[in-house]
Design a protein around this ligand. Structure first.
Ligand code: ADP
Ligand code: MG
Length: 238
């Protein structure tokens, strides 16, 4: 279903190479966290998975199919951004159903899928509200709902919690994990927060300067860091 294979992926902006051959194999249903300092290339790699950036070298395959040349809408993925980017003039329900409407799905199916996602995300009572009437956490849930209604093979998250306060962040982490346990959708989750990585990941990919330093379970990285960078990164507070 949603396996992801990244083989020697490279990215250059003009003469500047920012990803120097990144390889990661992700199994169907896995929750993988990309972690590393600001500027190390996490968002670039995620945007390449989503089809929002071209791939300068190497290969990316989703469910065994090479997607290098495919447009975003031809890939079976949905991305949740840090800055939610909700449509301000639409209700919660309209926001959540919009991509399905664009895809010309029947109205009953859209209602059905929006209703199911709204129940999962505890948004049932808010479907008629507009984004400006919502709290930060509620907006974040709507952003997730928009991805969820599409039932993609892969979810991509780019620092989805970094605009929330600490208490809400902890709550939303738990919610995202619960949803993953229910849906088992392959997830690639970007954060620069080590605690988020350690508590959420099946496996963590530690990146630095456009390269992968180590891939492993939280316990493996904690007990057997491959080098001083990983040891320092895993050991330091967020
Ligand atoms: P991260 O998400 O890990 O903070 P990014 O993927 O955003 O890192 O950026 C990786 C590197 O690529 C950085 O050095 C950044 O300045 C550079 N970069 C990102 N987008 C562009 C762009 N559109 N043009 C030029 N350089 C870019
Ligand atoms: Mg980023």
């Amino acid at each position: 279903m949603g396996s992801v294979s990244i083989r020697e992926a490279r990215k250059s902006y003009g003469a500047l190479e920012v990803l120097h051959g990144v390889s990661v194999e992700i199994a169907d249903g896995e929750f993988v966290v990309l972690v590393g300092p600001s500027g190390c290339g996490k968002s670039t790699l995620l945007r390449m998975l989503a089809g929002l950036e071209s791939i300068s070298g190497g290969e990316i395959a989703i469910d065994g199919r090479v997607v290098n040349a495919l447009a975003p809408k031809e890939r079976d993925i949905a991305m949740v951004f840090q800055s939610y980017a909700l449509y301000p003039h639409m209700t919660v329900a309209e926001n959540m159903g919009f991509s399905l409407k664009l895809g010309r799905r029947p109205r009953e199916e859209i209602q059905d899928r929006v209703g199911t996602a709204a129940r999962t995300l505890s948004l049932d009572a808010l479907l008629d509200r507009q984004p400006r009437q919502l709290s930060g956490g509620q907006r974040q849930r709507v952003a997730m709902g928009r991805a969820m209604v599409r039932a993609p093979a892969v979810f991509l998250f780019d620092e989805p919690l970094s605009n929330l306060d600490a208490k809400l962040r902890v709550q939303m982490r738990a919610e995202i994990k619960q949803n993953h346990q229910r849906l088992r959708t392959t997830t690639v989750y970007v954060t620069h927060d080590q605690i988020e990585a350690m508590t959420m990941a099946d496996r963590i990919v530690v990146m630095n300067g456009g390269r992968v330093e180590q891939i492993g379970t939280p316990l493996e990285l904690y007990e057997r860091p491959a080098n001083l960078f990983v040891a320092g990164f895993i050991g330091s507070p967020a």
